[in-house]
Design a protein around this ligand. Structure first.
Ligand SMILES: C[S@@+](CC[C@H](N)C(=O)[O-])C[C@H]1O[C@@H](n2cnc3c(N)ncnc32)[C@H](O)[C@@H]1O
Length: 416
């Protein structure tokens, strides 16, 4: 069935446009914010419809020609077809609407620290063809789209992509498409390649013999186990006056221009001289950028905790403890015993486990600085804190992901 003259009034996080009919909300693939279009229904759900654009009737005044030739096919970016000011406006609305829906708080305006629009990513993850060609996934699909460049990847990745493809082509040509995915991470001096696949001994030997002296650091990742071919599987990164060793599977913020801004806002919200508990601390880049010393960090990834300890040592911290543990198993007794003054949390998209909110509130912690990559779960968790006697004091966002509907939000939540 065809829906006629739908006005696209918003964009959701996966990049689909939002329109309303008298009966239901419609989520429209390939829609541009602000345009009026006809769309074909592709799925009918209880509370909403899913549709695909057939044709534009009235062009959006926010539209621009996407500078990337792969944009219309590639699933990497979703809103490169509207100008950056409008992208920021949409992200503000996304955060404000999420907060309003969960907490009924009306936020008048929210500051978003803007990013350079292109060449910001220090890491990209690509699919590899049987013949070694490099691809992203297509929009709304598991199919691949071949790319020779990526405008949001750092220039250094762009300059080296051809040579990286030569490696994947040679290996996949010889070993029947053994590499299935590649992640490329850079500090703009060195590049670390994670080659994902299933490698037998002959294949490992061949790769070692040919690339152990490569200009790239190379890891083979076989069912989550890593074999270092060249380098030790880690890269050094600098944030302000501190340096960090980051292993291949450690989380590290991807926008190289905005990392200091993100942690800077958290630092500003937190204030000085606190004993800090950093839940979901990764390899302590956040903890040590937000607080100079006196840190207890909790993180589920054992490897990241090893790196966190090394990072604390190399930056001369005196009072620190990093523990490999699921954050939901931290209890109020632990918080009190460690004389914690304030807590930062930076969870994955799913947000905080209910238990974490309960534990923090029971320990009577005054200040929580919440760094979030998902406004919906942030809003849900703010409401959970509000139900336990806290209030939302401050909110700011940092655009870590131009050309997509993703955004990082930082909230200061304080005891009333
Ligand atoms: C968004 S990252 C933040 C890392 C760090 N704060 C930073 O800025 O680099 C979330 C981190 O939470 C960790 N994590 C995921 N689930 C966890 C859990 N249940 N308990 C503790 N850590 C967890 C992940 O391994 C990841 O390092």
């Amino acid at each position: 069935m065809i829906l006629k003259d739908l006005k696209i009034i918003d964009i959701i996080q996966d990049g689909r446009g939002v329109a309303r009919t008298d009966a239901k909300t419609v989520f429209v693939e390939n829609a541009i914010y602000g345009e009026t279009l006809d769309a074909e229904i592709i799925a009918e759900k209880k509370n909403f419809l899913e549709a695909r654009k057939i044709k534009t009737n009235i062009k959006s005044k926010f539209e621009r020609k996407p500078p990337c030739p792969y944009f219309y096919e590639c699933g990497g970016c979703s809103i490169m077809d509207i100008n950056y000011d409008t992208q920021i406006k949409l992200k503000k609305n996304l955060i404000k609407n999420a907060i309003k829906k969960s907490t009924h708080l009306e936020i008048e305006d929210i500051e978003i620290i803007e990013s350079p629009e292109f060449a910001y990513r220090n890491k990209i993850h690509l699919q590899v063809d049987k013949d070694g060609g490099l691809n992203y996934l297509k929009k709304y699909s598991d199919e691949k789209v071949k790319i020779n460049n990526c405008l949001i990847a750092s220039d250094y990745i762009g300059q080296n992509l051809g040579q990286i493809e030569e490696i994947s082509k040679e290996i996949n040509g010889k070993f029947d498409g053994v590499i299935t995915e590649i992640s490329i991470r850079t500090n703009n001096k060195d590049i670390l390649l994670n080659l994902y696949g299933t490698y037998d001994k002959d294949c490992q030997k061949y790769i070692k013999k040919n690339w152990q002296n490569s200009k790239f650091h190379i890891n083979l990742i076989d069912r989550r186990k890593a074999y270092a071919i060249n380098g030790n599987g880690k890269l050094d990164f600098k944030i302000k006056d501190k340096t960090f060793k980051i292993s291949a599977d450690d989380f590290y913020q991807v926008n190289q221009y905005q990392i200091e801004n993100l942690y800077g806002v958290a630092r500003e919200f937190l204030g000085e001289n606190q004993k800090l508990l950093d839940l979901y601390c990764g390899s302590a880049t956040s903890s040590m950028s937000i607080n100079d010393d006196h840190i207890v960090g909790i993180e589920i990834n054992k490897n990241a905790i090893k790196d966190a300890k090394e990072n604390a040592k190399r930056n001369g911290l005196k009072d620190y403890k990093f523990i490999a543990k699921n954050a939901k198993f931290i209890d109020s007794k632990f918080i009190k015993e460690n004389k914690i003054d304030a807590i930062t949390v930076d969870p994955p998209r799913a947000g905080l486990d209910k238990e974490v909110v309960k534990t923090i509130a029971n320990a009577g912690i005054d200040k929580i600085v919440y760094i979030s990559c998902n406004p919906q779960t942030l809003a849900r968790d703010i409401k959970r804190f509000m139900d336990r006697g806290y209030e939302l004091k401050k909110l700011k966002a940092v655009d870590m992901f131009p050309q997509t509907m993703h955004v990082e939000t930082i909230a200061l939540i304080q005891k009333m």
